[in-house]
Design a protein around this ligand. Structure first.
Ligand SMILES: *[C@@H]1O[C@H](CO)[C@@H](O)[C@H](O)[C@H]1NC(C)=O
Ligand SMILES: *[C@@H]1O[C@H](CO)[C@@H](O)[C@H](O)[C@H]1NC(C)=O
Ligand SMILES: *[C@@H]1O[C@H](CO)[C@@H](O)[C@H](O)[C@H]1NC(C)=O
Ligand SMILES: *[C@@H]1O[C@H](CO)[C@@H](O)[C@H](O)[C@H]1NC(C)=O
Ligand SMILES: *[C@@H]1O[C@H](CO)[C@@H](O)[C@H](O)[C@H]1NC(C)=O
Ligand SMILES: *[C@@H]1O[C@H](CO)[C@@H](O)[C@H](O)[C@H]1NC(C)=O
Length: 494
């Protein structure tokens, strides 16, 4: 998720996916992330700043340090005002969040100093020389939370912020989880947290994801969902014979022809998963006020209008039309569904690799902390059994090695939920915000009877919608929640 004469931070499950090769990016393990805000005018964005950070917060004998990027914006700060900290996530931090976005409105309202801290191992924050498995042991949400604690302590000193100033953290998507957890783990440093679209429950098989996608598509029409189901079935049948295989290769502009002697089961799972993730992308970011997304003008209505238009041919032809539209929008010439190509990209340990924008790192976090695998296995079967959980577990093993198997994953997920508490958080001064058409709400807190930790569930909004700058299209529920969250922050600060 993504400033002014000044410096700051951002991101929520924050990936600015606009900068990635979206097609292969984070497939299946989190269309997470939010984009950058659409700026209403030109700004001079704040420069990169650097904070000296410990490599390993949990080994006192390890004195190694590295440079972590942050941004700051002091423009709105009033003496004795609060400090707002935007938490970075699984993508590079964007300075644009330092100048516009809902939290900046709150900062103006309350005279806050604003910081954004990039998450270790993403963007320009490189704790180690490369992304080898040996180095990725330092990549975890717990290390990231400790980074926040050290950052708060160090920044107080550097900017001479009084020790009793109140710090409020913000985050959306994975950083939404980090925001809540920062308040849980470091209450003496973090006074309050606005946790947006945060998945708090680690789960291996996140099949609920595509259930929410399906429900969102149904808001257009049942026919839209039926068309996808029909097309999936037609692809199934076509894959079984030579002419069908050739037709599919052509219709979907596949980079490599489907060939029974060379095409593997994982290639086909990959193909289905990429097709499905087109819909995930469209739903997750439906009509939010993001900037520079290649898909920002492709909404649920755009794709469903094509899918239900029987004049365009049989269901598979219509699905191919949607797929080709997405392909074109992402600037790719052909549809690369080869599993081995994805593995090659994901296995590159260089900071300059194609995946170093975060794909390899986030995959590591899903394989060692969260799961979150967006499988096709839920009923009703929009994409049928085409990419089950084994497909994702196999990727962990193929990318990181034989130790990264189902047993490690099961332990890791139990560990995460034991350490953080899953959906049972004992905490105060946290506000949770979710949108009904954001699939991630299924792993977050959307209801609360505790006035100290209110939850807002907005009917009709997508991932992290409340964090973006206001737009004319905003629905009344969204406008109301932004105001309510602002009042809650005001109460924390009094
Ligand atoms: C899906 O297939 C069913 C049965 O063949 C058909 O009646 C229906 O019209 C199809 N729906 C769409 C949207 O293609
Ligand atoms: C495949 O392509 C051939 C030739 O273009 C066409 O005759 C046939 O109907 C197509 N089959 C399907 C299932 O689309
Ligand atoms: C979205 O915008 C691009 C370029 O601005 C354009 O080529 C494309 O046709 C648009 N797509 C839709 C569905 O409006
Ligand atoms: C793909 O997009 C480009 C512009 O981005 C446009 O000129 C071209 O016509 C599009 N092609 C298709 C097949 O939609
Ligand atoms: C990793 O990616 C970089 C940058 O794209 C490339 O130069 C390098 O050759 C890749 N390494 C391997 C082992 O493929
Ligand atoms: C959500 O909004 C839709 C229309 O936008 C409405 O049909 C539906 O009843 C609403 N659901 C709830 C739970 O308010």
């Amino acid at each position: 998720m993504k400033s002014c004469g000044l410096f700051f931070l951002l991101i929520l499950l924050a990936v600015c996916e606009s900068s990635f090769a979206w097609r292969s990016f984070f497939r299946g393990r989190g269309k997470h992330g939010f984009g950058e805000p659409k700026l209403s005018r030109k700004y001079q964005l704040p420069p990169d700043m650097w904070f000296t950070q410990n490599l390993d917060h949990f080994d006192p004998t390890n004195m190694q340090t590295w440079q972590q990027r942050y941004f700051v914006n002091e423009e709105f700060y009033k003496k004795d005002g609060p400090v707002f900290l935007m938490i970075g996530g699984e993508g590079k931090a964007s300075a644009k969040w330092m100048v516009e976005g809902q939290w900046i409105e709150y900062a103006k309202q309350y005279g806050a100093m604003c910081f954004q801290l990039e998450h270790r191992f993403y963007g320009k924050s490189h704790p180690t020389p490369d992304l080898s498995v040996k180095n990725l042991v330092y990549l975890s949400s717990e290390q990231a939370l400790a980074d926040l604690a050290y950052f708060i302590a160090g920044i107080r000193h550097k900017y001479q912020i009084p020790g009793d100033s109140k710090w409020v953290v913000f985050g959306g998507s994975y950083p939404g989880s980090l925001a809540a957890w920062a308040r849980v783990k470091y209450p003496h440093l973090v006074h309050g947290a606005v946790s947006t679209s945060g998945p708090l429950l680690a789960q291996m098989d996140f099949q609920q994801y595509y259930v929410v996608v399906e429900e969102a598509l149904k808001t257009h029409s049942q026919a839209c969902v039926d068309a996808i189901t029909n097309a999936t079935h037609q692809i199934h049948v076509m894959l079984r014979h030579r002419i069908g295989q050739m037709n599919l290769s052509e219709k979907f502009k596949l980079c490599t022809q489907i060939d029974p002697s060379k095409t593997k089961k994982n290639d086909i799972s990959n193909l289905y998963e990429i097709l499905a993730s087109n819909f995930a992308e469209v739903v997750q970011y439906n009509k939010d006020n993001r900037d520079s997304s290649k898909f920002s003008n492709i909404s649920i209505d755009t794709v469903c209008d094509i899918l239900v238009d029987q004049k365009r041919g049989i269901a598979v032809d219509r699905l191919a039309e949607v797929s080709n539209m997405m392909l074109n929008a992402s600037g790719d010439k052909c549809f690369d569904y080869k599993y081995s190509n994805m593995l090659d990209e994901m296995s590159n340990v260089s900071w300059k690799g194609e995946m170093s924008e975060g794909g390899r790192q986030w995959t590591y976090q899903t394989c060692t902390e969260f799961g979150f695998f967006q499988t096709s296995t839920a009923k009703p079967l929009l994409f049928s059994e085409t990419f089950p959980v084994d497909f994702f577990v196999q990727q962990c093993t193929d990318i990181f090695g034989p130790r990264y198997n189902i047993h490690l994953l099961e332990n890791a997920i139990e560990r995460t939920n034991t350490f953080y508490g899953g959906l049972q958080l004992e905490v105060t001064n946290v506000v949770y915000v979710h949108g009904s058409i954001d699939p991630w709400h299924a792993l977050g807190i959307t209801k609360s009877s505790n006035p100290k930790t209110p939850a807002f569930y907005i009917n009709g909004t997508a991932h992290c919608a409340n964090m973006y700058p206001a737009s004319k299209q905003d629905i009344p529920e969204l406008i109301a929640v932004r105001q309510k969250v602002g009042k809650i922050i005001g109460r924390w600060l009094n």
